[in-house]
Design a protein around this ligand. Structure first.
Ligand code: DX5
Ligand code: ZN
Length: 219
């Protein structure tokens, strides 16, 4: 079943709790939280304190996307703050396998994100241990960027690899997703769709979810 995950990066932070509740009421399945440190990516956003506050605003699972250097330093804080999935970037971890184990030990589901230029081989030897793979379809750091079409090929290859190895982590895609391209992205193998500007930039959040589900064919 496809999951729509609005990214609060594009929400109105002066009314964050209302915006999270509005996403839930609009029919979203997951809340995506973008954590940026000004090092791994140029932008700085939020930390565990805000994740904890978001967790109190909604019962939807939180998909916490860490775009930070050495994310292993903050695993317990983000899990305790309420992360259901905690996703780290393969490019930011020297000891990726150990970090994934740590996330699981702390009690969350573990995910790995890959930048557009990072090949799938970066996660070949941890694929069996993953609950989620996040294919970045923009270079991380900012909302509102254009979807990179080559991401479709990465999603298809990932789907074939998972099938061949009988694995079923959640396949998530993040960057430039909108109702107009969600069908093609789903066909390539994604099942969790992060949506920032296309969701929070719209007047009617419910209409975005309805249109997305229509184009996904499971409305
Ligand atoms: C980008 C973030 C995304 C961002 C997506 O670095 O990881 O989650 O919010 O925003 P849109 O959907 O506008 O590309
Ligand atoms: Zn993200």
């Amino acid at each position: 079943m496809a999951m729509i995950a609005p990214s609060i990066l594009s929400a109105d932070f002066s009314r964050l709790c209302e915006e999270v509740k509005a996403a839930e009421e609009a029919g979203a399945d997951v809340i995506h939280v973008d954590v940026m440190d000004g090092m791994f990516v140029p932008n700085i956003t939020i930390g565990p304190l805000i994740v904890k506050a978001v967790h109190r605003c909604s019962s939807l699972p939180l998909d916490v996307h860490l775009m930070i250097e050495k994310p292993e330093r903050y695993v317990p804080e983000f899990v305790q703050a309420g992360a259901h999935w905690l996703t780290v970037h393969a490019e930011a971890c020297t000891h990726l396998h150990r970090t994934l184990e740590h996330i699981r030990e702390e009690g969350a589901r573990c995910g790995v994100a890959l930048n557009p230029a990072t090949p799938l081989t970066a996660i070949d030897y941890v694929l069996d241990d993953l609950d989620l793979v996040l294919v970045m379809s923009v270079n991380p750091g900012f909302g509102g960027q254009e979807f990179i079409p080559e991401s479709l090929r990465k999603l298809r290859t990932l789907r074939d690899t998972l099938k061949a190895r009988s694995l079923s982590p959640v396949v998530a895609v993040d960057g430039g997703i909108k109702p107009e391209n969600i069908g093609a992205v789903a066909e390539a193998g994604a099942e969790l769709f992060v949506m920032g500007s296309a969701f929070y930039g719209a007047k009617d959040y419910g209409a975005v979810v309805r249109k997305s589900r229509e184009n996904l064919g499971d409305a």
